[in-house]
Design a binder for this molecule. Structure first.
Ligand code: PMV
Length: 332
């Protein structure tokens, strides 16, 4: 569909990059409003993205979702709830046909919900004739998926947990343009299926049964402050140490849940060691891992070839995806 079609009345089309967190979001303060228990800091990617078209269908009685060419009736309730927020703002009740496509594996811990809901909100707005201020856009996206609030923006992004009862101070905002510190990313894909335990239920299980959950939440503000300072100073070494620590702390809380949440496989762990060996040898790289078995390596420009070579050699790595930092959600 062309840009002019995207501007057609009742139709919106948008693209949003996936993002992953260097300081993680894990746990909710308010499940109904999807307010996170902790703030987070992420990077938005340019090469892994979702493209979504929202088309208003006046005669339809319910929303409809096609993801990667397949009808997903089981996911309609989630996107309807997000579209309802936009419909309310527009004073419109019309249902929509939503077509969405990821150019990377879906639901495997590669932030498809982040790019998916960010693209949905941007496209939904356009279809409904809205143009929300970015902060409001981020608040709507958050209610679809916490990490989606961050994919509204490009480069380095900080999500504020907020404390207001209505969730209106729980939004993301840009921290640093990607062009100001053009880090690169190599993702080692170690499994391709959809993950067994999604982040939503993983968070609930951690919060209700992990003895380390409270400590995780308590320790987040100093991690956010340290990461913010390192990013503003473009200081790689402290960011590397902090991001790995924060990632392992999130997984420690998840591993200690009952039943345990083990998102890693053997290759994930071997990749982790490979990245640590590289850094010990002077290569500016660090890892992070989300609620899935993929390992994400973040490196300084110029180090990417060495990182690719090392991760390609790890048994169990199925594929490497590379990316630079990208823009926020935009119409296309
Ligand atoms: O927003 P969700 O439901 O996709 O949860 C994201 C959780 C993590 O990816 C594990 C961490 C994060 O901050 O992105």
């Amino acid at each position: 569909m062309s840009t002019s079609e995207s501007n057609r009345r009742g139709v919106g089309r948008a693209r949003a990059g996936a993002n992953f967190a260097l300081v993680k979001y894990w746990g909710k303060a308010d499940a109904r409003l999807n307010v996170p228990a902790v703030g987070s800091i992420s990077i938005t990617l340019d090469r892994l993205f979702t493209e979504t078209t929202v088309e208003l269908v006046p005669e339809a009685r319910s929303d409809e979702l096609t993801l990667n060419g397949v009808r997903r009736d089981e996911d309609v309730a989630k996107i309807s709830a997000c579209l309802d927020l936009l419909r309310r703002k527009a004073g419109v009740d019309t249902r929509a046909r939503v077509g969405s496509r990821n150019n990377f594996p879906t639901g495997a811990g590669l932030a498809s919900s982040a790019s998916g809901f960010a693209a949905l909100v941007r496209a939904g707005e356009a279809a409904l004739g809205l143009e929300l201020p970015p902060r409001e856009r981020s608040i709507v996206a958050r209610q679809g998926s916490g990490s989606a609030a961050r994919s509204i923006f490009g480069g380095f992004v900080e999500m504020h947990a907020g404390s207001a009862a209505d969730g209106n101070d729980s939004f993301a905002e840009p921290l640093l343009e990607g062009a100001d510190w053009p880090l690169e990313v190599v993702i080692a894909v170690t499994a391709k299926g959809e993950k067994e335990i999604g982040s939503r239920s993983g968070m609930t299980r951690s919060a209700t049964s992990s003895p380390y959950y409270e400590a995780w939440v308590r320790e987040q503000p100093p991690d956010l402050a340290a990461a913010r300072a390192a990013i503003r100073a473009r200081d790689f070494a402290p960011l590397a140490e902090l991001a790995e620590h924060n990632c392992l702390k999130m997984h420690a809380a998840a591993l200690a849940a009952r039943p345990p949440l083990v998102y890693w496989n053997g290759a994930t762990v071997e990749c982790l060691h490979a990245v640590r060996r590289l850094r010990a040898g002077g290569v500016p790289v660090f890892f992070t891992i989300d609620a899935g078995p993929q390992l994400k390596a973040v490196c300084a420009p110029g180090a990417r070839a060495a990182v690719e070579l090392a991760l390609r050699g790890v048994p169990g790595v199925l594929e490497l995806l590379t990316s630079a930092l990208g823009p926020g959600a935009e119409l296309c």
